[in-house]
Write a protein that binds this ligand. Structure first.
Ligand code: HEM
Length: 151
């Protein structure tokens, strides 16, 4: 379960499905880190950009669930919750977060329990190309895997 949790977090870090919608409107004039924003400005925090920034994550372009585990195989908690924001942040963060987490973990656990999964074809697989339909980032083409029922 600990590794599944790390895979869940790393999947959402690497490919945050919602890449545009963490927006906030300034209710008054404000200056943040020397940058002035007048009242009414819309500020966007883009999860994809934040998740792939080397300032926030070591080897940000590498998919590595281990980054969420410590040397004892225990869950590593980040003190800075603003580096991982697939569900947004603050009082208006995603109300479906816990449901989505349960769905993800149940599906993966059931799949892995029932089937042996391997990469389709020659074992090298195909490059998974993400695309954004304006709202959601998802695979552009089919994701092909081989499934062998466990005995
Ligand atoms: C992996 C799945 C999901 C992702 C990545 C996701 C992501 C997000 C993000 C980034 C926001 C904006 C949060 C912010 O502005 O700080 C949001 C808002 C919201 N999400 Fe999700 N979401 C997911 C699943 C769901 C599910 C399953 C539901 C409902 C069952 C849901 C319902 C909502 C609602 C109602 C809001 C608006 C909350 C508000 O404005 O107060 N989401 N979600």
């Amino acid at each position: 379960m600990k590794y599944l949790d790390a895979v869940y977090k790393e999947t959402l870090r690497y490919y945050p499905p919602v890449i545009h919608f963490v927006n906030r409107v300034c209710l008054s004039d404000i200056t943040i880190r020397g940058q002035f924003y007048p009242k009414g400005s819309i500020i966007k925090a883009q999860p994809f950009t934040i998740h792939r920034s080397e300032t926030n994550w070591e080897e940000a372009e590498v998919f590595n669930p281990d980054r969420f585990m410590n040397e004892n195989g225990e869950e590593k908690t980040s003190k800075d919750g603003l580096k991982w924001i697939p569900f947004g942040v603050g009082p208006r963060y995603c109300v479906g977060m816990r449901f989505a987490e349960m769905e993800f973990k149940t599906t993966i656990a059931k799949l892995v329990d029932t089937f042996e999964l391997s990469i389709w074809g020659d074992g090298n697989g195909e490059e998974m190309i993400p695309e954004c339909n304006g709202i959601i980032m998802r695979p552009k083409g089919p994701v092909r895997l081989q499934l062998k029922k466990r005995k």
